[in-house]
Design a protein around this ligand. Structure first.
Ligand code: SF4
Length: 342
């Protein structure tokens, strides 16, 4: 059985056994992990790259299709795993020049948020570390070909990342390792729908990784309507978790709030959110709901005026608030729309 190219220790030993010194090994690692070069194109002295890397599995996902948005800088990549499962990754080329990728962590999802196309798929399996990393590598390769560099990695694609804790942990270790991808921790964001014990465990393990919490509602009754997880972990548990987080990590937690017309978008809801978050170090991100017309038609996006009024209300309460303009709406690549419908 072949070794994984992403097992850095095994790779190091192999290169050493083939006569590569420290400088040459660093050069090869930098080209693989930081420049996203395919191994076949590496210069390896007088050795043939294909033969040198023959003992390694170098690719775990096959790119089935790529759809580029006609209205913004988003690209949706549909990958197939070796066992025939399909997952999606999104490249977000933001006008300011920054580039992010949105990575999937599961095939389908363990949760069943009622507004989410991925949740509708059900859960098939967790992605391996290799499959998570390969999304980054293949997206990074596309961006390198455009002379863009990858700045942010967000775990907001298909799946609840913390339900795949072990592989998420291994992937982040590799992404932040100086021997491999060497991403700054603060440029990686893990978004969760709110599983307190796993968020706390993760924050203790990776205090510098950015965290986002999908709140999406201002009270338990409304949250339970859209997110069944709330039955198990009500908002009081989330509040206690947010308070505990402040004792184990610095920096704010991003509070994601998807805005649904007539469900969670009036000023009473804004007051409830303000009350719920009172005294916490948070940044609130308002996200207009992205309608996916194959889903439950009881959800609609809030109007721009409603979102602005909600935002102003929270700002007047002293919160940092931004409104997210989701890219990729025309290719079903925006939040909650990833469902292998290419
Ligand atoms: S919103 Fe996230 S956690 Fe909820 S079903 Fe969709 S992918 Fe899963």
């Amino acid at each position: 059985m072949k070794s994984s190219l992403y097992d850095v220790d095994v790779l190091e030993k192999h290169l050493t056994s083939k006569g590569f010194g420290g400088r040459d090994r660093r050069y090869i690692r930098r080209n693989i992990f930081r420049n996203f070069m395919p191994v076949e194109s590496l210069e390896c002295g007088n050795q043939i790259a294909k033969d040198l890397f023959a003992p390694f599995e170098t690719s775990y996902l096959t790119l089935i299709s790529r759809i580029d948005s006609n209205i913004d800088g988003a690209s949706k990549l549909l990958f197939e795993t070796k066992d025939g499962k399909r997952i999606e990754t999104v490249i977000l080329r933001i006008a300011s020049g920054r580039t992010s990728i949105c990575v999937s962590s599961q095939v389908g999802c363990t949760e069943k948020c009622r507004f989410c196309a991925t949740g509708e798929l059900g859960f098939l399996r967790n992605l391996t570390r290799e499959e998570i990393i390969d999304q980054v590598v293949q997206a990074g390769r596309i961006l390198a070909g455009e002379d863009r560099s990858l700045r942010n990695i967000v775990f907001m694609g298909m799946g609840e990342p913390l339900r795949n804790y072990d592989n998420l942990e291994k992937a982040i270790e590799l992404l932040t390792s100086g021997q491999a991808f060497h991403f700054a921790a603060k440029r990686i964001t893990v978004s969760s729908l709110g599983i307190p014990e796993l968020i706390l465990k993760f924050a203790e393990r990776f205090p510098d990784i950015s965290l986002a919490l999908s709140l999406n509602s201002s009270n338990d009754a409304r949250r339970s309507e859209v997110m069944p997880i709330n039955e198990k972990y009500p908002m009081s548990a989330l509040r206690a978790m947010l308070e505990k987080l402040e004792t184990i990590r610095d920096g704010f937690v991003m509070i994601e709030y998807i805005m649904f017309k007539d469900l969670n978008d009036d000023l009473n809801a804004a007051s409830e959110v303000a009350e719920f978050l009172r005294g916490l170090s948070v940044h609130i991100n308002l996200i207009p709901y992205n309608p996916d017309y194959s889903l439950n038609k009881s959800f609609f996006p809030s109007s721009n005026e409603t979102i602005d009024a909600f935002k102003d209300h929270l700002k007047a309460e002293g919160y940092k608030v931004t409104r997210r303009f989701s890219l990729g709406q025309d290719i079903a690549a925006a939040c909650g729309q990833l469902a292998n419908k290419v």
